[in-house]
Ligand binder design. Sequence first.
Ligand code: PMV
Length: 309
Amino acid sequence: MTVAYAPGKVILFGEHAVIYGQPAIAVPVTQVKAKAMVERGPEGQGITIVAEDLLQSYSLEQAPPDDALRAIVVSTLEHIGVGTKHDLTITVSSTIPIARGLGSGAAVSTAIVRALSKYFEHPLTPQAISDLVYETEEIHHGTPSGIDNTVIAFEKPVYFIKDQKMEIFSVKTPFLLAIADTGIASPTKVVVGDVRRAWEREREKYEEIFDEIGTIAEMGRQAIERGEIDMVGQLMNENHRLLQLMGVSSPELEGLVEAARQGDALGAKLSGAGRGGNIIALVTQKTRSRVDMMLRLAGAKDVIVTEVS
Ligand code: PMV
């Protein structure tokens, strides 16, 4: 039996604008993870996929071509050159909440690629894993920027510009992010589509917003590289304001951002596609429990604190 894992992720700066060519920063979240297990099955069984959390089990042959798990299994086996004629059971599970901007889809796919590459003793580079996962991200997202598969496959903070080589950068002073869940699932594809329609209607306004967000992501990287943590917080607040203008916030997200700031977070913003999902707040060892309490009082369904280093 072969087991592999992949972490979740959050976007620190630049969601949405990244689709339009602006830089973005994302960091892995190791407190939550997806798991994939590959075992040999009885002869003649073929490949069976078991999605434990969804209480589903199906054969690769029966699955429709747009099934994301089938797609990643087939493309991985083809990539490593072993074909799909095997008797295998591939079991996946995940502690990453679905459709909350934590990269659950990309993490499950990454865990599957890693488990298959281990099982067939065919090592893959993080870039090769990321490229394979990107193909299935297109099924989940429509027009993904590629940031999720990149940060999850590399498991490092990344500075990302669509269609360019991603850059890993250094974090001078590690810092803490509280991640708070509204409990509302928000499919990325829907929100990304809404932003696209709004951009088509009001190009000038949206391009100005995207440009400003790009500048924030660039300044955010510099602040992180220099250890200017207060500046990171201010830039998070500014990025949130621009996401509000873009129309992707919601009353629930606003409630959590406000609560984090009242708890003395150094900055807070929604993270991911918006409308639902998570907010992130920059906290310190001193403020983390107060912010955690404020977030829960304001209705957060869950709060995770993760270190960015
Ligand atoms: O998967 P999410 O909710 O973290 O959204 C990803 C960020 C977007 O910029 C909205 C989409 C993308 O493909 O980059």
